[in-house]
Design a protein around this ligand. Structure first.
Ligand code: SAM
Ligand code: SF4
Length: 328
């Protein structure tokens, strides 16, 4: 089943989970997938199975859920799934989206109980945006961001993957765009996973990103938010209400202390994004067996890599992974 090095001292149990609602996507971002016809899973969990899965996760000790994909808003039943999972009572419910379908869905998602939303936005220039996403329509995403702002989420973030000689000169524009709307901008190193593994020469490190924005930001160490994943934040110069986040998956793999589990849309539980190994809980979810899901979570978690020695997306196995398929 699993080839992962067994963890010596895992954080127990997993507290945070990323649930992929679908592996389908309407974009093909150049660091994520090779083209739009790179294959899809044969089976996806039904909405009922997703709800059972979430109940099992809660019983196993999970407290925070983020929906992702692929593109989670391609699922027609996304609002229903969010509403039913919100009733379980997780401490946090968030979603990451490319924003292409957000204009219609933002208000319903908020009303369904979604608390926080992250929208991927690599460029404010339509031609560059289309190039990076292989055909994405910037105007639809900007209109989706406006709709999300109007819907009143507890927190909004923008994720921009920084690609050398493409959008690296646009970082300040993205920061000002986000700050002017009360959104937290975050900049991601290209993770050397899947397509990203073929772009090592285009990685802009977190240190380089930070120096490009130095005139806007306070000096000093970037700090993590408690219980909020690997991003590190720096405050704006002279305005502590504004921040910029950095996610440095290539130069600092932050595996130590990782409490995250991933659930792919076919019901596979994976303790690490950088390998495709895992334990399936799809049968348990189909049979509405939440206790069985909880047992599968405990089984999968035994194989969490040892964060002291594991090098995350710098491991050779990472190049074989599809972030879109597993759920990024
Ligand atoms: N489709 C949704 C979206 O793009 O927001 C959700 C899934 S996507 C896999 C989640 C996040 O992973 C996005 O912000 C995307 O930019 C990021 N991502 C994908 N491939 C990446 C890579 N190789 N390196 C860094 N970030 C990556
Ligand atoms: Fe789709 Fe998100 Fe991957 Fe882009 S990053 S191809 S939007 S899954």
């Amino acid at each position: 089943m699993v080839a992962l090095p067994v963890v010596s001292n895992p954080p127990t149990p997993p507290r945070s989970v990323r649930v992929s609602l679908t592996d389908r996507c309407d974009f093909a971002c150049i660091y994520c997938r090779p083209h739009k016809s790179d294959g899809f899973a044969k089976e996806r969990m039904t909405a009922d199975a997703m709800v059972t899965m979430a109940k099992g996760l809660a019983r196993a000790g999970v407290r925070r859920v983020r929906f992702t994909g692929g593109e989670p808003l391609l699922r027609r039943d996304v609002v229903d799934i969010v509403a039913r999972i919100a009733e379980i009572g997780f401490a946090d419910l968030a979603l990451t989206t490319n924003g292409s379908r957000l204009t219609k869905l933002a208000r319903s998602l908020r009303d369904a109980g979604l608390r926080r939303i992250t929208i991927s936005l690599d460029s404010l220039q339509a031609d560059r945006f289309a190039r990076l996403t292989r055909g994405g329509d910037l105007s639809r995403v900007l209109s989706g961001i406006d709709a999300a702002c109007a819907a009143g989420f507890d927190e909004m973030k923008i994720n921009a993957v920084v690609v050398r000689d493409e959008n690296d000169a646009e970082m300040e524009d993205l920061v000002r765009f986000a700050w002017s709307r009360g959104i937290v901008p975050r900049f991601l190193e290209i993770m050397t996973i899947g397509e990203g593994a073929r772009m090592a020469d285009r990685v802009v490190t977190g240190a380089e990103m930070r120096s490009k924005l130095a005139h806007l930001l306070e000096e000093g160490d970037a700090v993590r938010d408690v219980d909020r994943g690997p991003a590190r934040y720096v405050r704006a110069r002279g305005d502590s209400s504004k921040r910029v986040g950095f996610i440095t998956g290539a130069s600092d793999t932050y595996c130590a202390g990782c409490d995250r589990l991933r659930v792919s849309s076919d019901g596979m539980l994976r303790p690490c994004l950088a390998t495709s190994d895992g334990v399936s809980a799809s049968r348990e979810a189909d049979r509405h067996d939440a206790d069985g899901v909880a047992r599968a979570v405990a089984d999968a978690w035994k194989f969490k890599p040892d964060g002291e020695t594991w090098r995350g997306c710098n491991e050779p196995s990472a190049a074989l992974i599809s972030i879109r398929a597993i759920g990024g």
